[in-house]
Design a protein around this ligand. Structure first.
Ligand SMILES: [Zn+2]
Length: 690
């Protein structure tokens, strides 16, 4: 890397390695908030999203290998380019590499150098084990082998755990987070959620047809003939559809009280007597545990019926296909091509990722904290961490003032809310203690074998949490991730270094822009602690109702205003509507987050002798600059196929709603841009929770 500035000056600016990376000509250009990009032909009071994003989006069409495109994706690609440099530097066998550098470098090399024909031979032992099953009682032990090799059986999504049959992993006891127990989740579907099996509109049928084509393609790649593959695909779809019918829907799934279903091993066995739990747990090497939290007992009742009713041949077929599906991306090019055809239909992506990016993503996915250590050393200096931490602390203070100021909460509830707020742990950038990968062996020989070993390593690491107190310091996102999260059970808010970069967090920008773009995200995570899910957890992270009945009623009224406001059709997308009950938590967080960021900024400006009314050289007030920076972060374009999938499976609203509905609820926005009652960006009924 080269720089035109002497090191001493860079140190004085406070961003040595950060600035070096940002000026590295071999990396893509990072976007910054540019206030001159607004479209003066659009009134901010008519459509603020279009006012801020119209010109930016028109100048940045979605590249063919992206499903959505905007500042977050540009930043993610920049992060991946940094990872690419790190991996290229470490890919050659060199005895001078550290143990972690050897692992990430060889993992990457095995991915880049995979033979063109793929590595089907590597998974033959699992396929043979499936073929050799003599009895349906063998399904459980075979499933344990599959879950130990591919997929993430411990990781649930908003809809299901995305592996064969069921999910299994550690989870804090909802009633008592001081102990980690076992979580058992609905799974078994190869499409992203139950609606994809059950809806009858034309797009849903088209997706199902493409899914059948995908199943046929994978089976044919293992030598199955055309007619057999077609018949087998119909069988697999039939079994999965039966599973989907009993899946808990993703709105019910948002209620922690609905997924807190408590079983012992004995009652779990009674729930699904056709599944040999002892063999499955033995196969995973899972520790003994007094409590199994079963997200959706109805699913397991149905699974039991299916295990009884369907014959062994059908289950062999099902497990064979799901092994291939879970292993498909690292199996080889033909497998990726088949998966990509399905991805095109589901998300609209036109072109696959270049190999270097696909392989960098894989190393981040499987060994994220080994790669992430090098990433943060290179692009996330202590000064950035300190500045981000101060912002988060100031936003927490703003939350405290907000709790004090609301008129609808009584003193007892406010007291509990303050205790909960005071106990929040804010994690910035990267973990204090990195994962120790020393027991994971990575070689240059086989990409698929590396994936299997890394999956087994992570499963073992996850299962080791069971039986111990919940670890509040561990992360579920890797450092280069452009995202952030809140976890009500650990009572933490977490901001990976990957998102503490421009245009969201910009060492070169002033507080106004940073609070607008990144502060609103920090406030979003803070608000999650008190959204319609988060508020059900107490200071310790336990699921406990600490609200007076009257305060809870007041809260629900405010929440339903938001849920109603965000429900309705999405322009250009037929057959599905956004359901505000699914997105309520995220929408509450979006609305609360910007208020908190604005309150924290206002306080910080006051301390600096400045104000929100101060103007820049172009005559823009700080309040206007704040809102423009906020909206810039959401200048995302999404392919229609992806929006449709998002609406059905994801609790986040479409980007234009994340701007327009939020500002239309804010008198501060109307003041900033002189909007009047009757303008589109002034909602007649303005919703506010926090
Ligand atoms: Zn969120």
């Amino acid at each position: 890397m080269r720089s035109t500035l002497p090191a001493s000056l860079l140190l004085a600016l406070g961003c040595l390695s950060h600035c070096l990376a940002q000026t590295d000509a071999s990396l893509p250009k990072l976007p910054h908030v540019d206030l001159t990009n607004v479209d003066p032909s659009v009134s901010p009071c008519a459509d603020f999203y279009q006012y801020v994003c119209g010109k930016i989006n028109a100048a940045n069409p979605i590249p063919p290998d992206e499903i959505w495109w905007g500042p977050a994706e540009e930043l993610q690609n920049w992060n991946r380019a940094v990872l690419h440099q790190i991996l290229e530097k470490n890919k050659a066998p060199d005895p001078a590499r550290s143990p972690n550098e050897q692992k990430i470098g060889d993992f990457y090399a095995s991915c880049m150098n995979q033979p063109a024909e793929g590595e089907l031979a590597e998974i033959q032992p699992i396929l043979e084990r499936i073929s050799a099953m003599k009895d349906k009682r063998d399904i459980a032990a075979t499933l344990a082998l599959i879950h130990s090799s591919f997929g993430r059986a411990w990781e649930g999504s908003d809809n299901q755990t995305n592996v064969a049959l069921l999910g299994y992993g550690p989870g804090a006891d909802y009633n008592d987070v001081s102990r980690v127990v076992a979580g058992v989740d609905q799974g078994g579907l190869g499409m992203p959620g139950r609606d994809f099996y059950l809806k009858s509109d034309d797009d849903s049928k088209k997706i199902r047809d493409q899914y059948v084509t995908f199943i046929v393609s994978l089976l044919k790649l293992t030598g199955v003939g055309d007619a057999d593959a077609t018949r087998d695909a119909a069988t697999i779809l039939r079994v999965e559809t039966a599973m989907a019918q009993s899946h808990m829907d993703n709105i019910t799934r948002r209620d922690p009280n609905k997924v807190n279903n408590r079983y012992t091993l004995a009652t779990l066995k009674a729930l699904t007597p056709a599944f040999d739990w002892d063999a499955y747990l033995r196969g995973l090497n899972a520790p003994q545990v007094p409590l199994y939290e079963v997200s959706s007992p109805d699913f397991f009742r149905t699974l039991n019926k299916l295990l009884t009713a369907e014959d062994l041949a059908t289950w062999k077929l099902y497990l064979r296909f799901h092994t291939l599906r879970s292993a498909a991306p690292p199996l080889g090019k033909a497998w990726r091509d088949a998966s990509f055809e399905l991805l095109k239909t589901l998300l609209g992506q036109q072109q696959q990722d270049p190999d270097w990016r696909r392989c960098a993503i894989a190393v981040d996915h499987y060994m994220g904290e080994a790669l992430g250590q090098v990433y943060v050393a290179q692009v996330f200096p202590p000064e950035s961490k300190a500045r981000a931490l101060k912002m988060v602390k100031d936003i927490e203070s703003a939350m405290g003032r907000d709790i004090d100021s609301v008129s609808w909460m009584q003193a007892t509830t406010k007291k509990e809310a303050h205790q909960k707020l005071a106990a929040v742990i804010e994690k910035i950038g990267y973990p204090d203690n990195w994962i120790d990968y020393s027991s994971l062996s990575i070689s240059r020989d086989s990409y698929l074998a590396n994936v299997e070993r890394a999956t087994a390593f992570e499963l073992k690491r996850q299962l080791a949490f069971i039986g111990h107190p919940l670890d509040r310091k561990q992360w579920v996102m890797t450092p280069p991730t452009v995202d952030a999260y809140e976890d009500p059970q650990t009572n933490t808010i977490n901001f990976p270094a990957g998102m503490l970069q421009p245009p969201f967090f910009d060492a070169a920008a002033d507080d106004v822009l940073n609070y607008g773009a990144e502060g609103a995200i920090m406030g979003h995570e803070m608000t999650h602690d008190f959204d319609d899910q988060g508020r059900k957890f107490d200071v310790k992270g336990n699921l406990r109702d600490w609200w007076t009945p009257e305060d809870a009623k007041q809260y629900e009224q405010r929440g339903s205003c938001i849920a109603h406001e965000y429900t309705g059709p999405v322009p250009g997308i037929a057959g599905v509507e956004q359901n505000g009950k699914l997105t309520q938590g995220e929408d509450t967080a979006d609305n609360g987050g910007i208020y908190l960021a604005l309150a924290a900024l206002s306080e910080d400006l006051k301390q600096q002798g400045k104000s929100l009314d101060d103007k820049d050289a172009a005559g823009r007030t700080n309040l206007q600059r704040f809102f423009i920076a906020f909206a810039t972060g959401w200048c995302d374009q999404i392919r229609p196929e992806a929006i449709r999938t998002l609406i059905l499976t994801n609790p986040h609203s479409a980007p234009f709603l994340r701007v327009n509905n939020v500002v239309a609820n804010m008198p501060e926005f109307q003041k900033a841009f002189g909007c009047k009652a009757g303008d589109a960006e002034v909602h007649a009924k303005q919703c506010r929770v926090w």
